[in-house]
Ligand binder design. Structure first.
Ligand code: HEC
Ligand code: HEC
Length: 289
């Protein structure tokens, strides 16, 4: 039943005849321009569905008659980028490792490529800034276990450390405690001596006894002076840089177990240009020799 239309006293506008508890609804239709825009946008969206990818289907989506795809655009951009780099990559392939740093442009390219690959492949173990963690060496300093020339770094990368690869860095410190090569008392003495090598306070009497054990058991790899030997992968014991920690307990643990950190071989996983740029990048971090 339609009620009679009436004019609202206050505004002078016609009401719709709807009333709730004395509140009456004014008859205010939507402006024409608004309605037209609204209908136009509906028509526009139908056109959009037809030409562009729009509706999800069970296993696919409507692709639109223009065949537009962001994935294809990205793929084309990536290919353009790779093409642009191809010349530099080729140059890097042909330049001997040691000569890369003589060419500033090539060095910049290799370091940037190496840095990107480092974040993906190496940062989980060595840290985003290559600062290292206990058991994972800092690659920024000039303290190298296996050698800090760009060629040595490259070799470490290619074959890894204690991986079983026949060219890997393989030397392993004896497990003096685990394999009962030394008893606890001798391990304690030689640990005290190791502490004294690093200039840390130690029990002088025990260290004196440890000196003899060191000469017999350790000097072969760590050197008579404790400064380490790169060809043995035996770290310098006289500096403040410790791979496994420099407290007495940590040193005893190193001697007891021989540690034996492992790093994967990257030769089988990465292409030769990437390996080269990684070596250049690590070498350029500051500690390269
Ligand atoms: C799974 C962990 C791991 C990953 C990933 C890893 N490393 Fe290592 N890396 C190690 C460990 C552990 C050592 C030390 C091994 C030892 O005790 O001598 C090491 C040692 C090194 C050394 C020798 C340092 C020295 O003082 O001689 C270099 C160089 C190196 N890593 C570079 C890299 C680069 C570059 C990558 C990425 C391509 C990488 N590492 C990825 C664990 C890792
Ligand atoms: C066969 C060679 C070899 C002999 C012998 C040897 N070491 Fe080592 N030592 C190594 C290697 C290699 C490492 C590095 C282990 C690793 O990176 O996982 C090492 C690591 C250590 C570390 C840990 C250093 C750090 O930075 O945390 C200590 C401490 C140490 N050795 C003390 C000794 C003492 C003391 C002896 C004698 C009782 C000895 N080593 C005998 C090869 C040797």
């Amino acid at each position: 039943m339609t009620k009679k239309r009436e004019i609202d006293d206050v505004t002078g506008v016609e009401t719709t005849g709807h009333e709730w508890d004395g509140i009456k609804e004014l008859n205010k239709p939507l402006p024409r321009w608004w309605l037209l825009t609204f209908y136009a946008s509906i028509i526009w969206s139908v056109g959009y569905w037809i030409v562009y990818p729009a509706w999800p289907l069970a296993n696919d989506y409507t692709r639109g008659i223009w065949g537009y795809s962001q994935r294809a655009t990205v793929a084309a951009e990536v290919k353009a980028g790779i093409d642009a780099q191809a010349a530099m990559r080729q140059k890097l392939d042909q330049t001997p490792l040691a000569d890369v740093r003589k060419d500033p442009e090539l060095l910049r390219f290799a370091s940037a490529a190496g840095s990107a690959s480092f974040q993906t492949n190496c940062a989980p173990c060595h840290g985003r800034g290559a600062q290292g963690f206990t058991g994972y060496p800092n690659l920024n300093d000039d303290d190298w276990i296996w050698g800090g020339t760009v060629e040595e770094i490259h070799k470490t990368l290619l074959h890894g450390i204690r991986t079983g690869d026949d060219q890997a860095r393989a030397i392993q410190m004896p497990k003096f405690g685990v394999d009962k090569l030394l008893d606890d008392a001798k391990i304690n003495d030689v640990a005290e001596y190791t502490m004294s090598l690093a200039g840390k306070a130690s029990d002088a009497t025990a260290a004196g006894r440890g000196a003899a054990v060191y000469k017999e058991q350790c000097a072969l790899c760590h050197g008579d002076d404790g400064k380490g030997k790169i060809d043995q992968g035996a770290p310098n014991l006289t500096d403040a840089i410790w791979l496994y920690g420099g407290t007495k307990e940590q040193v005893v643990e190193s001697i007891r177990t021989g540690r034996g950190g492992m790093m994967p071989a990257w030769g089988p996983r990465l292409d030769s240009t990437t390996l080269k740029s990684l070596a250049v990048y690590v070498h350029s971090l500051g500690g390269g020799k």
